[in-house]
Each structure stands twice: as structure tokens, then as C-alpha cells.
Design a protein around this ligand. Structure first.
Ligand code: GDP
Length: 602
């Protein structure tokens, strides 16, 4: 442990996560890093942690040696703690209020495919959590003509490629750079960057051959050193961590994988952990780390007990009551019993900030962990979708009940989004009965995507329903010689000059006098539901007026669209209306607002 001069602090290893689109090579890259860590294991350092791998600086020095002189900073970090599980879900559980305990991320992009759907999502998440990242432009070995030099630095191997191959690489890189530009990032090949605070570093690599890995790790180290040092100051104090996942282990029951990002965690420590019901206060019974492969005697003999571990570390914690904890929730050590109530409050506040219930018209969200719940709610908020209830755990009847209440207020939000959780049979039955939609998925973005598709359909239906309810714009002319009945009900032949007629529409004269409601529309023997522009039909009108007095043959009659409906139609339904209909509505509006004393249409 290197101290920073002050007695009680030290520089810890940055916590690194790997994100990217499916098949970009995240797992392969992590395997390569792990392989390096294990192969270059230093005596006394534990390279395999629980849920993470530690890459000691010494190992880095060995593989990045030739490049080290380039970064011109004295290295103070002890190495990297790389989270073993790639992707959004694990990352989202590394949460602390308003941010992440991940210090830096590697975003893996397939050199030939560029940025893809989940790459964009990963960038969004990293941005929102303010986690800096570098880009591993992976699979350079697949570029036609590329000659592989396993484990060599990219800057060396690129010098040994043909001109045409390098040109192809540059072409692929510039496409990726352009994609980043369109997101508002400046980006460049890392060896051309002068100011790493302004320009995103792209490191060409092959996770398969190891080419470019020295460069990648060095850029990671350089950036952590230069820009993250403040964050990396850890205290020799009671630990803080997050629960990454819960796992059943034979002989141990439920165990928690905990990433410790500050302080020292000891066997026997009094801890407070975020729980489903309420925060759990308990004592660390055991701390377990993986046994190095060469010391394992049987498959059951996988762990070694340790007494203490300091940040940054991934460790298995065993303690009574941990089965009720929530992945993504904080774990905080209380130095003494006096501290417990303050810490309980802190932990509870943090958990409750993500789990909430309100009475607004919004969707119900259920997820397996606090992290995925937070990510899901974040996506929805970004899409301006209200959330009524957000919680961890299976979908139960109460959730369906909430959604059914929403259905009465605003049906397009009567949905439950369930991520990686079960739906109880009763809940499913109830949902079918009440007409509540349940969306289930194991991939976050797909869940939101599926819901959004349905939501847009609902919105279009609702829009249609409203459109069909409002008074349509319509103008008719009474055809001279076609007055069949002069008084209630008036029956006349008309031409639809503009818009669309339907029974129930109230007609007025050009100066706004009410004539009456259309009772029926007929074309010869047929009764019509609507009459389109240009058609000639007979209409009956329930009316107190008399043709020849208040209204004459050849007169125009107008649909009586109320002011608020005129505004609604012009503002929201412009694309459903013809130019003539809009012109009529604007003239009617002028008349209604008393800018003119007649409806001047046509
Ligand atoms: P993930 O879904 O992002 O974790 O991607 P994987 O690591 O599982 O890789 C997806 C596929 O790409 C696998 O078949 C890998 O062998 C392959 N792959 C990953 N990295 C490289 C690389 O650098 N070069 C080549 N040629 N293939 C790679």
C-alpha cells in the first residue's frame, strides 16, 4: 500500500468497467486482461478477486514497458481493478447516489461495425453517470491484409503493415470518429492526441491476439493518473462498497459479491446494507476470496478466508440476513454502534431515492436490482415517460392493481415493465383480466423498445379517438332547387364544399346563427355515416329555422367547431387536415375571435 504522505489515505486502484455492443468483443477483452493478470502474477498480490480481477502495476509495466516512457508521469496507482462482468447491467449496479463507483470505462467497438445500438446506449449511461471512458477499437486482426503480431503494442505493429492495410484502418477509424463527432465528442487515434481532456482516445486493439493491449492499458493508466487521482484517494477507515450480486454457494448459503471502493473491510465488521424490506444491520461472518488455481485441491475448495481487504477490491461477504439485501445497494461499515442510526438513514435514503411510488398516471417498473431499476427509470424519464411505481422484486398483484388504476386515468400508461424478474401467476391472471400489459425482457434496452412500440400504438389510437370525437371542419352549400322541406326537420340537398360531414354536427350560418344539428345524411336510398368533400347529398336538420327566412337556397352553412377544438385541430392534427380544411378553420377562428364579423369562406 503506497501512502500519499498523509497517514490515513492511499491511492487505490481505479475500478474499470467494460461496456459495448453485443459481440463487440467485451468478454474476449476481459479474458485477455485476466489472462495477463494471472500470467504476470506478482508474489503477494491477489489477482483474482470476487467479481473482478486485479491487474497489478508491475504486470502493466512488463507488458507496456516499451511505451511507458511516452506518458511522462510517475505511476502511483497500484494497478486496476477490472470488473469481470461486462455490460450495462453489471455497470448499473456499481451505483452510488448520482454516480458510479466505476472510475473509468473501456468502451469496446468493433472496428468494422463502428458504433451500434448498445454502444450508443452505453455512451448515454456513461455520460449520465459522468464516467470517463476510452474506446477499444477491436478486431483489427480482421482488417483484410492485417499481419498479426500477438501482444505487440499497436504503435509498433501498425508500422509493419502494408500501406493499403493501414489506409483501410484509417478509413474505418475516420468513420468511427465521425460517429463520435455526431454525438458531440472529439475523438482521435490515441497516439495523435495532445490533450486527453478534450479528445476521446481510440485505441486499435485485437482482443484475440492481444495486439494493442499494451497501448490500451497504458492509456487507461495515464488517464487515471492524470485526471482521476483525486477520486482514487482512499481512506484507511471503515469500508464503503456496493453489492454487485447475490449468489448461492454450497455450504455458505446466500453470499454477496461486494465491490469495496473506499476503506478497509474486516471480518467481524458491523455493516449496514440496503435491503428489500429495510436496511440490514449485521456483522461480517466471513470474507472470501478465490483460491489461486494452483492451490486448489478440489472443485469445492474454491475460496480462501481472509481477515481484511482494502479498497479497491471485490470480495465475497457472508453475514446473517444478507439474503434480504438488494444488488446495487450500498454496504457501509459502522465504526461503532453509535454510528448505526446515521448510516441506516443514509442507506435507506439511497435505496428509497430509486424505489418510489406516486399517484400519477405512469408506468409500473419492476427490476431485479437497484441498479437496473435506476437504469430503467432513467431511460423512461429520458423518453419523457412518467413512472408511477418503481421497485425491486417480482411482479405481484399489487403492481397490477396500480397499473389498473392508471388505466382509468390514462390507458396508454397502463403497463408494467419487468426486467429480469418473475411475474407471479396471480399477477398474470389479474393483468389479463384488467387489460394491463406486462412487458418482460432480459435485455434492458429491448424492454424499453418493446414498451415504446406498444406505447406509440396506444398514443396513435388515442389520438385517432380524439380526432374522431371533435367537430370536423365542414362547409356545405344548399343546392338551389333542392329544398325538400323548409321547416323542422329541414331537408335539403347540399354539396360538401370543404371537409367532411357526419350526423350530429351543428351547422351555423356565415354570421354565426345556429341552424341546427344534422340528423341524417342520405345519398339516394342510402344512409351515410360521413360525406366527403365534393359529394352531393341530402341532409335532414333538426332546426328552429326556416328555409326562406333565416337561410336561403345557395347559402353556405358551416360546422360549428368550438374555439378549443379549432385550436386542438390546428395545433395537433395539422397533418390530418387538408389545406382547405385548415383555411376554413383559420377563418372560423378569426370570426370567433371577432377579427371579422362573417365567416369569410369560401
Ligand atoms: P461480447 O458479446 O462483446 O462479450 O463479445 P465476445 O467477446 O463474446 O466476442 C464475440 C465474438 O467476436 C467471438 O466469436 C470472439 O471470438 C470474437 N472476437 C472478439 N474479439 C475479437 C478480435 O479481436 N478479433 C477477432 N477476429 N475476433 C474477435
Amino acid at each position: 500500500m503506497q501512502t500519499t504522505g498523509q497517514q490515513d489515505t492511499y491511492i487505490r486502484a481505479p475500478i474499470v468497467v467494460v461496456l459495448g455492443h453485443v459481440d463487440a468483443g467485451k468478454t474476449t477483452l476481459l479474458d485477455k486482461i485476466r489472462g495477463t493478470a494471472v500470467a504476470k502474477r506478482e508474489p503477494g498480490t491477489m489477482t483474482q478477486h470476487i467479481g473482478a480481477s486485479f491487474l497489478p502495476w508491475k504486470a502493466l509495466e512488463e507488458i507496456s514497458g516499451p511505451l511507458l516512457s511516452q506518458i511522462k508521469v510517475e505511476i502511483k496507482i497500484p494497478g486496476f481493478l477490472v470488473i469481470d462482468t461486462p455490460g450495462h447491467e453489471a455497470f448499473s449496479n456499481l451505483r452510488v447516489r448520482g454516480g458510479s463507483i466505476a472510475d473509468i470505462a473501456i468502451l469496446v467497438v468493433d472496428v468494422q461495425r463502428g458504433l451500434e445500438q448498445q454502444t450508443f446506449e452505453a455512451i448515454d449511461i456513461l455520460r449520465s453517470k459522468r464516467v470517463p471512458f476510452i474506446v477499444a477499437v477491436n478486431k483489427i486482426d480482421k482488417i483484410p491484409g492485417w499481419k498479426s503480431f500477438p501482444n505487440k503494442p499497436f504503435v509498433e505493429s501498425v508500422k509493419m503493415q502494408d500501406e493499403a492495410t493501414v489506409l483501410k484502418l484509417e478509413e474505418l477509424l475516420s468513420y468511427i470518429i465521425e460517429q463520435f463527432n455526431s454525438l458531440g465528442f472529439r475523438a482521435d487515434r490515441y497516439d495523435r492526441i495532445k490533450d486527453f481532456t478534450r479528445v476521446l482516445a481510440l485505441v486499435p486493439v485485437s482482443a484475440l491476439t492481444g495486439e494493442g493491449m499494451p497501448d490500451l492499458l497504458l492509456v487507461l493508466a495515464g488517464l487515471s493518473q492524470r485526471f482521476l487521482l483525486k477520486r482514487l484517494v482512499a481512506r484507511v477507515a471503515p469500508a464503503r462498497g456496493v453489492v454487485l450480486e447475490l449468489k448461492e454457494e454450497v455450504g455458505f448459503g446466500t453470499t454477496a459479491t461486494v465491490i469495496v471502493y473506499d476503506g478497509v473491510l474486516k471480518k467481524g465488521d458491523l455493516i449496514v446494507v440496503g435491503g428489500i424490506e429495510k436496511p440490514i444491520t449485521t456483522r461480517v461472518r466471513l470474507l472470501l476470496m478465490p483460491k489461486p488455481l494452483d492451490e486448489m485441491r478440489s472443485p469445492e475448495d474454491r475460496f480462501i478466508e481472509i481477515d481484511r481487504i482494502s479498497a479497491a477490491a471485490g470480495v465475497k461477504v457472508i453475514a446473517d440476513g444478507l439474503e434480504g439485501s438488494i444488488p446495487g445497494a450500498p454496504l457501509i461499515v459502522a465504526a461503532s454502534e453509535d454510528e448505526i442510526s446515521r448510516i441506516l438513514e443514509e442507506v435507506q435514503a439511497e435505496v428509497q431515492a430509486t424505489r418510489f411510488q406516486s399517484d400519477i398516471a405512469g408506468v409500473v417498473v419492476k427490476a431485479d436490482t437497484l441498479g437496473t431499476l435506476e437504469a430503467l427509470v432513467g431511460y423512461l424519464k429520458k423518453n419523457n415517460l412518467p413512472v408511477r411505481l418503481a421497485d425491486v422484486g417480482p411482479v405481484v398483484r399489487r403492481d397490477v392493481f396500480e397499473a389498473s388504476l392508471v388505466k382509468n386515468i390514462d390507458a396508454k400508461y397502463a403497463a408494467i415493465l419487468a426486467f429480469n424478474v418473475k411475474v407471479t401467476p396471480e399477477a398474470r391472471e389479474e393483468a389479463a383480466q384488467k387489460g394491463v400489459q406486462i412487458f418482460t425482457e432480459r435485455i434492458l434496452y429491448r424492454l424499453v423498445e418493446n414498451f415504446l412500440k406498444w406505447f406509440e400504438e396506444q398514443r396513435a389510437l388515442e389520438r385517432r379517438r380524439i380526432f374522431e370525437k371533435v367537430t370536423p371542419p365542414a362547409v356545405v352549400q344548399i343546392l338551389p332547387g333542392y329544398v325538400f322541406r323548409r321547416r323542422d326537420p329541414i331537408i335539403v340537398g347540399v354539396r360538401v364544399v370543404c371537409g367532411r360531414l357526419r350526423p350530429g354536427i351543428k351547422l351555423i350560418t356565415g354570421d354565426g346563427k345556429e341552424i341546427g344539428d344534422i340528423m341524417q345524411i342520405r345519398e339516394h336510398e342510402n344512409v351515410l355515416e360521413t360525406a366527403e368533400e365534393g359529394s352531393e347529398v341530402a341532409i335532414s336538420i333538426r332546426s328552429k329555422a326556416i328555409v326562406g327566412r333565416q337561410v336561403e337556397e345557395g347559402d353556405y352553412l358551416y360546422s360549428d367547431v368550438p374555439l378549443e377544438e379549432i385550436n386542438l385541430l390546428l395545433e395537433k392534427y395539422g397533418d390530418e387536415l387538408t389545406e382547405k380544411e385548415k383555411e376554413y378553420l383559420r377563418k372560423l377562428l378569426r370570426f370567433r375571435l371577432k377579427f371579422s364579423n362573417r365567416i369569410e369562406y369560401p
